[in-house]
Every structure is written in structure tokens, then in C-alpha cells.
Ligand binder design. Structure first.
Ligand code: ADP
Length: 418
């Protein structure tokens, strides 16, 4: 509720909280703890905290029509005082009491659906699931366009317009409404799917288009470096430029990874390869990155033959290695490869910042990161790609790590040909 009201105050809306499940003092404490100067907001009447006796049960009994009349007066008063709108929330536990008319709460909720449209008023009704019977919550779902479940705002498929809730419409009208609701939900998902696929298409084109000039630029710079070396000229600037273009190339490749992996499951091109050769070629291709990281790379490789997709396995090793170098705090990094029965076991180990066990599950998901972007650059897709590659090969990946103790990623890949 607190962010809802902070937003209302910022928009110069008059805020009301009808407390019942909690006391007025408790509500004040929540708001105060969230940084709202609640004493001042109350004094200026930007915020009002009231009880059921001052609102729903003013004369000791509840009358939905009378309550809606009170609300119309409250709205007119707020608008005449220059507020931009209203924001309110009611704790509905009063409806569980024995006061006369308290059994008419759902009738009131249904009538509100004719009151609110077109008015500058946003309201949230609070129904405590621990206090209300499921049968009542089911009616709550029938009378509210949106349901906030936990912290998620959900468009509510079970909502019924006022006349339908009161049973004043034919089965045909009811059915048409329900089918329309299903279509609306489907259309909303469809619109999102289209937006996502347009974004993916853009990423894919952008990535391809970027890679061509970057590769050409890198080649030209390497040529220039060769020429300079022939003349025994020192070329630190050119070296720097080459390293930066290599980084650009890498970023463009990552963009492509995202779109490729999102749009289809990985199609593998299997061929017999020796994993130790692959690891060696990936590490020598990345010698610049290794030198720059300050990490000492140790390889403990035994030849292991199997049927794998060479370029995907290269990508897997490259991603795990670049992470070990990036998060390895300049300390030694070890890649080992051994045969374990019908599996090849690749371990990439560093002695760097480590990963808290509570983050182990999520970091293999897309765009998930466990470090601040101010300290470490990255998109959070490297491990996701690794996970997809491992799964596509029918393998597994596990992680041993804790904060400050380094990380050990162990990949088991079935050799398939054995
Ligand atoms: P990125 O490195 O671009 O953030 P990754 O998907 O490769 O994305 O990794 C996800 C997250 O996992 C990283 O942001 C980091 O928090 C954590 N991580 C991955 N590898 C390591 C490692 N070797 N040491 C510490 N943290 C790591």
C-alpha cells in the first residue's frame, strides 16, 4: 500500500486510508517508516486516516447507496480544494462484524463499478485472505476489474459487470462476456508476443549489421599494427584500439546469442571432437583477455573424445573462462578436463569474488546478475547461454561457490559416441 500512496501524494491526489484490520497508529507507523512526513501530510489534509465508524458504519449500520453518496461528497470536496484526484484504500474486515448491513459489502463493491468510471479516483480494497472465507474472496474477484495478488497487479478474468453480478442478465449475455474476457486476455498476450518478436528481429539485424564493419575495422587495425611493427614502431595506441574492437565484436555476438536462443531451441551440428583441443584453442584465442585480467591460467587437460557441436562448446568454454577472468580478482584460474565414464567433465575454477548460494539458482536465467553493474560490466546472458548449450547436449552444470571463496563451475557432457 505504501508505494501506492507515495505515488498519490507525488501526484497531488488526496489520500485516504480506512483502517480496520490495523489500527490508525499502525498505519501511521508504516507511512512514517517509508519516509512520508505523515504528521505534516495529515495536518495539510493531503492524507486522512479514518476508521470504519467514520466511514462505512457512520450511523452504526452499513448502506451501500449511502456510502457511495458520502464518496461523491468526498470527491467534490477534494476537487474544490484543488486536488488532482483521489486515492484510497479500505481494509474490509469491518464486513466480518455483526453491524447491520455488513453483509451488503459485495453489493457495495458491485455498485462501485458504476461509480468509479470516469472519476479521478483510484481505490484498492484490502481483503485479508487469512480473515475472509474463500467464498467471499471469490465474490471479491467477481466485483473487481484488477486483483493484486502478492505484489502483482493482475487484470482479472473473473470480473463481472454490475448487472451480471446481480444476476440481471441472460446466460447468453454472460457467456458472451466470458468469451470476450478470454479474447481480451489472449489479445494482450498476443500484443506482447509481437512486441517481443519485433525487438528480437531488431537485435538480430543490428547484431549482424554491427559485426561486419567491426570485423573489417579490426582487420585494418591489425594490418596497421603489423606495418608499424615492421618499422619497429611502438604501437600501444593501436593495440588498445584492437582490444576495444575485439570487445565490441564480443558484445555484438552476445546480442546475437540472445535472439538466437530466444527464438528457437538450439540445433546442434554434432561431430567427433577432442575437448582438450577445443579448450586449448579457446584459451590461446583469448590470450589478450587472460593477460589483461592478471589471472594465471592453469590447464589440466586429458584428451576426451565425443560427439559435440564444436562452435557451441567453444562458446561454453569461452563464457565460463571470461567470467572466471572477470570475477577472478586477478588470482589463478584453472580449467580441468577429465573423462568420467560416459561423460566428459570440464571444471572451470577461480579464486575470485564468489557467488552467494542464494543466487546460484537464478544466475543461469536470462539477464540475471549477482553483481552491481557499477563494478562489473555485462548483460547477464553468458551463463544462460552456457546452460542452454549444456542442456541441448543432454548434460548438466553445477556450481560450488560462496561469497569471497571463488567459484567452481562443473559441466558434465555425455560423450554420446561411446
Ligand atoms: P554477466 O557476467 O554478463 O553478468 P553471466 O550470465 O555470465 O553474465 O553471469 C551471471 C552472473 O553470475 C554475473 O553477473 C555474476 O554475478 C555471476 N557470476 C558468473 N560467473 C561468476 C564467477 N566466476 N565468479 C563470480 N560470479 C560469477
Amino acid at each position: 500500500m505504501v508505494p501506492f500512496f507515495i505515488d498519490g501524494l507525488a501526484r497531488k491526489e488526496r489520500c485516504f486510508w480506512i483502517a480496520d484490520d490495523r489500527t490508525v497508529e499502525e498505519v501511521k507507523t508504516f507511512l512514517h517508516q517509508a519516509g512520508i512526513d505523515i504528521a505534516e501530510e495529515l495536518r495539510r489534509e493531503n492524507f486522512t486516516i479514518v476508521t470504519k465508524r467514520e466511514t462505512y458504519l457512520q450511523d452504526g449500520e452499513f448502506d451501500p447507496h449511502k456510502m457511495i453518496g458520502i464518496m461523491a461528497g468526498v470527491l467534490a470536496d477534494a476537487m474544490s480544494k484543488g486536488f488532482k484526484g483521489l486515492r484510497s484504500s479500505g481494509e474490509m474486515t469491518w464486513a466480518l462484524g455483526n453491524d447491520k448491513g455488513s453483509d451488503r459489502a459485495m453489493e457495495y463493491e458491485a455498485l462501485l463499478n458504476d461509480f468509479f468510471p470516469g472519476k479521478p479516483w483510484v481505490a484498492i480494497c484490502q481483503y485479508n485472505q487469512k480473515r475472509f472465507e474463500p467464498a467471499i474472496i471469490l465474490d471479491v474477484l467477481r466485483t473487481h476489474r484488477y486483483a493484486i495478488v502478492g505484489e502483482q497487479v493482475c487484470p482479472n478474468l473473473y470480473f463481472e459487470p454490475t448487472q451480471m453480478f446481480f444476476g440481471r442478465c441472460t446466460d447468453r449475455a454472460k457467456l458472451d462476456w466470458r468469451l470476450e474476457q478470454l479474447k481480451r486476455a489472449r489479445d494482450a498476450v498476443h500484443a506482447l508476443e509481437q512486441t517481443i518478436s519485433a525487438r528480437d528481429a531488431f537485435f538480430s539485424v543490428a547484431s549482424h549489421e554491427l559485426r561486419t564493419p567491426i570485423t573489417a575495422l579490426k582487420l585494418k587495425l591489425e594490418l596497421a599494427e603489423k606495418e608499424a611493427k615492421k618499422k619497429s614502431e611502438d604501437t600501444p595506441l593501436l593495440r588498445g584500439a584492437i582490444e576495444q574492437t575485439a570487445r565490441l565484436e564480443e558484445l555484438a555476438k552476445r546480442l546475437l546469442d540472445v535472439t538466437e536462443l530466444r527464438s528457437r531451441t538450439l540445433a546442434l551440428e554434432l561431430a567427433e571432437i577432442d575437448l582438450s583441443t577445443i579448450i586449448q584453442s579457446v584459451t590461446s584465442r583469448n590470450h589478450l583477455l587472460i593477460t589483461r585480467s592478471g589471472c594465471n591460467l592453469k590447464l589440466e587437460l586429458n584428451p576426451v573424445l565425443g560427439m559435440w557441436d564444436k562452435s557451441r562448446i567453444e562458446q561454453l568454454i569461452e563464457n565460463l573462462l571470461s567470467n572466471a577472468l572477470k570475477y577472478g580478482s586477478g588470482k589463478p584460474v584453472t580449467i580441468s578436463l577429465v573423462s568420467r565414464g560416459k561423460f566428459a567433465e570440464i571444471t572451470v575454477e577461480d579464486e575470485g569474488i564468489g557467488i552467494s548460494p542464494s543466487d546460484h539458482g537464478r544466475i543461469f536465467g536470462p539477464f540475471e546478475r549477482a553483481v552491481s553493474k557499477d563494478h562489473y560490466s555485462g548483460f547477464g546472458i553468458g551463463l544462460w547461454v552456457v546452460h542452454q548449450i549444456v542442456e541441448a547436449h543432454g548434460g548438466t552444470i553445477s556450481l560450488k561457490s560462496a561469497l569471497g571463496t571463488g567459484s567452481q563451475f562443473t559441466t558434465l557432457l555425455p560423450c554420446n559416441h561411446c
